[in-house]
Write a protein that binds this ligand. Structure first.
Ligand code: AMP
Ligand code: GLY
Length: 426
């Protein structure tokens, strides 16, 4: 069968890498892909949110299954469009993807389905939002309703900071239409974890737990990024919590949306805040996490393609997943300046040396090929991912690979996985 993977980040390289190993797959396409997917798939120069061109390509090439990486095409309705034409596609419809595309929709859904989350109010009038913030005091969290490329959330430590976020979102429209409506919510404390599950509209098949590292610098300092590293499993998600998350977060959402006539198909990703044995949902995403996908996919045993097909076909109850017991750690190597402005087109050295290490895969994100070389082409450039017999050895191996790779200005966190060690030693 022919499979098209939509997207060009580290998550999509990991998906292509896994899908290309399937004995059922004869060809893989990546749109637009990157220098990493180029070795395993045919890169097609179509942007991930150009739904018309993706549809035309899938029809012309006779693509049997399309797998959507990023949220933007899902929120735009790529799944609805493909299904109308009888094409098989993995991901939620636009109606179900509102769980990520509208924070107000997600909060209201959680209220309806009894899913634990921070107390909140929703506003379309900036004066009302300001009055509520003054009444509540800080810390407080201000969120643009719509998609804002991961930058639409301000965790405000002071009332002034929260008011400035309201102005930026609602008055200056820093995120365009996404800021016409905002959610103001209680600030939660604790440790974050990512929980992803395959869904076919009825059945839920949880993946191994994971944890992202959003702030740019060591010790969770500096501005938030798309994610500077991840590992799986996350020991903060104890086996008891794991089951409780399935029962009190994932299943109620899938059951509730199913009852309301918007069955959820694809990956449901819950961003969680965990304190002691209390779990609350920070947000939902309607897709695999990036970089969480990289360590998760490296630990996934067997063929991913039948799992994706079972989600599309509504037969997930017949599927099991097995996991490599070894943990995996992914360190993101980024361009100097990221998440702010950065230079592109810098030659990356040492890729082959790093990949020569056992149980290491260097997933590409913002890379492209230029005159036989691999050069930087984005903020997050690589996701160096390693398996190890335990978390410390996976960390050690990932950094051994990282230390073989260089380009001018490269930066990365040195403390990926350190939070996991705290749990292991306690
Ligand atoms: P998002 O862009 O929706 O992924 O949110 C970005 C980050 O903001 C989350 O990963 C958390 O670190 C933080 N965040 C979101 N909501 C809250 C909250 N209610 N309390 C504390 N931190 C939050
Ligand atoms: N790693 C966070 C995300 O994918 O949204």
């Amino acid at each position: 069968m022919k499979v098209l993977v939509v997207g060009g980040g580290g998550r999509e390289h990991a998906l292509v890498w896994k899908i290309a190993q399937s004995p059922r797959v004869t060809a893989v396409f990546a749109a637009p892909g990157n220098a990493g997917t180029a070795g395993l798939a045919r890169n097609v120069p179509i942007a991930a949110d150009d739904v018309d061109s993706l549809l035309a390509f899938a029809e012309t090439e006779g693509v049997d299954l399309t797998v959507v990486g990023p949220e933007a095409p899902l929120v735009l309705g790529i799944v609805d469009r493909f299904r109308e034409r009888g094409l098989r596609i993995f991901g939620p419809t636009a109606a179900a993807a509102r769980l990520e595309g509208s924070k107000a929709f997600a909060k209201a859904a959680m209220d309806r389905f009894g899913v634990p989350t921070a107390a909140y109010r929703e506003f379309t009038d900036p004066d009302e939002a300001r009055a509520y913030i003054r009444e509540q005091g800080a810390p407080i969290v201000v969120k643009a309703d719509g998609l804002a490329a991961g930058k639409g959330v301000t965790v405000a430590r002071t009332v002034e900071e929260a008011l400035a976020a309201v102005d930026a979102m609602m008055v200056d429209r820093a995120f365009g239409e996404a800021g016409g409506r905002i959610v103001v919510e209680e600030c939660l404390e604790g440790e974050e974890a990512s929980f992803l599950a395959f869904c076919d509209g009825r059945t839920v098949l949880p993946m191994a737990s994971s944890q992202d590292h959003k702030p740019v610098f060591d010790g969770d300092q500096g501005p938030n990024t798309g994610g500077m590293g991840a590992y799986s499993p996350a020991p903060v998600v104890s086996p008891e919590l794991f089951d409780r998350i399935v029962d009190t977060v994932i299943r109620p959402v899938v059951d509730g949306l199913g009852r309301e006539g918007t069955p959820y198909v694809g990956v449901l990703y819950a961003g969680l805040m965990i304190r002691g044995d209390e779990v609350k949902v920070l947000e939902f995403n309607c897709r695999f996490g990036d970089p969480e996908c990289q360590p998760i996919v490296m630990r996934m045993k067997g063929d991913l393609v039948p799992v994706l097909e079972a989600c599309v076909d509504g037969t997930l109850d017949r599927v099991d997943l097995e996991w490599d017991p070894r943990p995996a750690v992914c360190v993101v190597m980024a361009s100097g300046g990221y998440p702010g402005a950065y230079e592109k087109g810098l030659e990356i050295r040492g890729l082959e040396d790093a990949a020569a290490l056992d149980d290491v895969v260097v997933f590409h994100a913002g890379t492209r090929q230029e005159a036989g070389k691999v050069v930087t082409a984005g903020g997050r450039v690589l996701g160096v991912t390693a398996l190890g017999s335990d978390i410390p050895s996976a960390i050690e191996r990932a950094y051994r690979a990282v230390d073989r790779i260089s380009w001018p200005g490269v930066h990365f966190r040195r403390d990926i996985g350190r939070k996991a060690l705290r749990h292991l030693s306690s």
